[in-house]
Design a protein around this ligand. Structure first.
Ligand code: MN
Length: 724
């Protein structure tokens, strides 16, 4: 019988209504595509896709998977494109083939354990549809079976990759026989001498071992029959790789390993599992610590079984696994068992999550003992597809990040310094912006620049808490640096007025003494507190230069009445009404040029010795200032302040009008502090009023009221520059 006929026959046994014509067509395409190609063994290349498809039918997968197995190398190795494949066989099959091709392209290098785990998860995450990884297993199994024809260095590389990545994944997905065969094949190529000698040793005791297995099988069958438990009992010798590991672990020789056999009891229902366990434990002495109940607590791959080990006949340790038929199906084929009966469903990406959940729910129905079913479902889904994204660093490490993570997240996961100076990234060789969302399998090279530093917007881009914490820390640090710089300038100026030098006071230790006296932890702390306005420069100066010593008075009180009001207003309140980079309590002044009001868009500047000056955003003076001194400020909501403004009213020059205007001010609760009135030659009057308002809203209210007065031509808010 040809390989193709075997495949078709296999499918018919588990799915009689399958569309076999599609399989034949896939075969013809594969044969044509690989025409003329040969394998290293000399066989026509198409034997490989045929073998792969054959293994797929042993896993009892659907027709789409079998076709994908036949076509899996067609895109990679021939001139056929994914588009052509999709036209010919539909999107489901081309999606599977494309997925298998992509997995094959991931760069594999020998890895640390944790890296290997990330790599495995990346394969699962990239597979999207679990059939992709299952087809890949079958492809790999055939490659391992025919590995002898490869050169030695390839044998080693492929075996290493299989041992580190594919065998554990097969175990994870519960496909035991694939795992066992992969491991023994790898064993053969990775440790040829060990393999041969163990194989010989096992072969020599084979007859004896077989006799023992049959004896125990018979005993178990009788015990179960006596208690009327209908079940199948099967013994098996352990596979070579697991015996080898047991020898390594225990430091024993093969002859000294006694539990090289395992037995499986497959029952009809759940209750019989526990009954069978009780019988085995009553006949043979259980080994403490070896009993595991994976029925009550299934493994993440849905594996369910009771495990125990007992001292059997002739004092040999034997392992016994007990489970129901359904559980056995899952144990043998793992995740693959799921696809057995669902032929004809398409919905490759979108629909199948729902399908899986439905299947999981059916699984759950037999799971009344489970503590939190929801948690179980979540962990399985996560295990298969992940809310994570896996990317390569330039040296081939695999990093795991939450879905939606950007290059900044990766940069901080490498090192804080790399994160703080991350200015961009090269993804698969192409420069991307910081907001780029990383995708599975991306190779990401972080670009840094010494001038770069974190800003608040980064917090919106990053997904990892590590990056968030580090960015916040850096922003706070920057903020403190600025406050401390500001504090030093304030103190320098204050001391200068009294003929003292800050530098000298610092050297003499005076500043440090002042810091201690004001209960600050350090000079740095003192300067910060000055910057934040928690202490005033005057308080510090009074410690350094007591008032009675200081004969010199603050002569800086001069200035017009407008300035006086400004000073009074801004100094009177404990709070300033302004938050500097989100912090209140910082010494601020409102700029006279534009007199910002709550509600205005504002910006701040660190001035020399006078704290932070607040300007409106559009103020021309502000635009001229040194951008390095710019600092983010915002209004402190809920702060009720008093703010000076200037309003210019252009009106007819007629008697009584000024009184009406003045009345409007008091009607809206606004106090005039100063007024300049000037008549022009064309019988009009220009009036400039200085007044105190609480915010922009109140100002708008008064402007509207003034505008409604008969004889008023225009009302404008004016900035300080145009006051007189
Ligand atoms: Mn292949």
């Amino acid at each position: 019988m040809s390989r193709l006929d075997q495949i078709l026959e296999n499918i018919e046994t588990y799915h009689p209504e399958a569309d076999l014509a599609a399989v034949r067509r896939a075969y013809e395409h594969a044969a044509a595509a690989h025409e003329g190609q040969t394998r290293k063994s000399g066989d026509p290349y198409v034997t490989h896709p045929l073998n792969t498809a054959h293994i797929i039918t042993e896993l009892k997968l659907d027709v789409a998977s079998v076709c994908a197995g036949l076509l899996h190398d067609a895109v990679e190795d021939t001139s056929m494109t994914v588009e052509e494949l999709s036209e010919e066989f539909g999107t489901e099959i081309s999606f599977l083939v494309d997925g298998v091709t992509k997995l094959g392209k991931l760069p594999y290098t020998d890895r640390e354990d944790r890296q290997a785990e990330n790599f495995r998860k990346m394969l699962l995450a990239m597979s999207k549809d679990i059939r992709v990884i299952l087809v890949k297993f079958c492809d790999r199994l055939d490659n391992m079976r025919t590995l002898e024809h490869m050169p030695a260095h390839k044998q080693e590389r492929i075996s290493n990759e299989t041992m580190q990545i594919y065998a554990p994944l097969a175990a994870r997905l519960g496909i035991q026989w694939v795992r066992v065969e992969l491991e023994d094949l790898c064993f053969k190529y990775l440790h040829p001498d060990e393999y041969e000698s163990l194989k010989t040793a096992v072969a020599q005791t084979k007859v004896e071992r077989q006799r023992y297995i049959e004896e125990v099988e018979g005993l178990l069958r009788n015990q179960m029959a006596e208690s009327e438990i209908a079940c199948e009992v099967k013994g098996r010798a352990k596979h070579l790789w697991s015996i080898r590991n047991k020898m390594k672990r225990t430091g024993r020789t093969y002859e000294e390993i006694h539990d090289a056999t395992g037995f499986r009891i497959v029952t009809e229902d759940l209750g019989q599992c526990y009954a069978a366990l009780g019988i085995a434990h009553s006949k043979w002495k259980p080994i403490p610590g070896r009993f595991k109940d994976y029925i009550a607590l299934p493994k993440p791959n849905m594996y369910q079984s009771l495990h125990t080990a007992v001292i059997g006949p002739k004092g040999e340790r034997i392992e016994i696994q007990i489970r129901t038929k359904e559980m056995n199906q899952v144990a043998e084929c793992g995740i693959a068992a799921h696809w057995k009966y669902k032929e004809g469903k398409s919905g490759v990406v979108a629909g199948d999550d729902e399908e899986k959940l439905a299947w999981l729910r059916r699984m759950m129905e037999s799971q009344r003992d489970l503590k939190d079913p929801a948690e179980f479902i979540e962990s399985v889904k996560l295990d298969l597809f992940g809310d994570e994204v896996y990317v390569f660093t330039p040296n081939g490490d695999v990093k795991s990040l939450p879905k939606g993570a950007c290059p900044i997240d990766l940069a901080y996961s490498v090192h804080t310094q790399v994160g703080d100076h991350c200015s961009g990234a090269r993804v698969n060789g192409v420069i991307v912006p910081l907001r780029y969302q990383l995708r599975n399998g991306d190779t990401v090279d972080i670009i840094t620049s010494p001038a770069q530093k974190p800003n608040k917007d980064w917090l919106k881009l990053v997904k990892t808490s590590r990056a968030k914490t580090k960015i916040r820390h850096k922003l706070r640090q920057d903020h403190r640096d600025r406050a401390s710089e500001l504090g030093r300038e304030l103190l320098e100026k204050e001391l200068r007025k009294f003929g003292r030098s800050y530098t000298k006071s610092l050297k003499s230790g005076d500043v440090e003494r002042a810091a201690t006296k004001l209960k600050c932890h350090s000079v740095e702390d003192l300067l910060c507190q000055l910057g934040y306005g928690k202490h005033t420069a005057m308080q510090v100066r009074e410690v350094l230069v007591p008032d009675d010593v200081a004969a010199k008075k603050d002569t800086d009180d001069a200035g017009n009445s407008f300035t006086k009001i400004l000073r009074k207003v801004t100094r009177r309140n404990n709070g300033s009404g302004i938050k500097v980079q989100g912090e209140d309590g910082i010494l601020v002044r409102y700029a006279r040029c534009c007199s910002p009001l709550p509600g205005d868009k504002i910006t701040g500047f660190i001035t020399r010795g006078r704290g932070v000056t607040v300007h409106t955003k559009g103020c021309t003076k502000a635009l001229d200032m040194d951008p390095d001194r710019r600092i983010e400020v915002e209004w402190d909501d809920g702060f009720v302040g008093q703010h000076p403004v200037a309003i210019q009213v252009l009106c007819a020059d007629k008697p009584g009008l000024l009184a009406t205007i003045s009345q409007s001010f008091s009607d809206t609760g606004v106090n005039i502090t100063q007024a300049h009135c000037r008549a022009t030659e064309d019988h009009r009057a220009v009036n400039t009023f200085h007044a105190i308002v609480s915010d922009l809203k109140q100002l708008k209210l008064v402007i509207r009221a003034l505008g409604r007065i008969n004889g008023v031509y225009s009302v404008d808010r004016v900035s300080g520059d145009h006051q007189s």
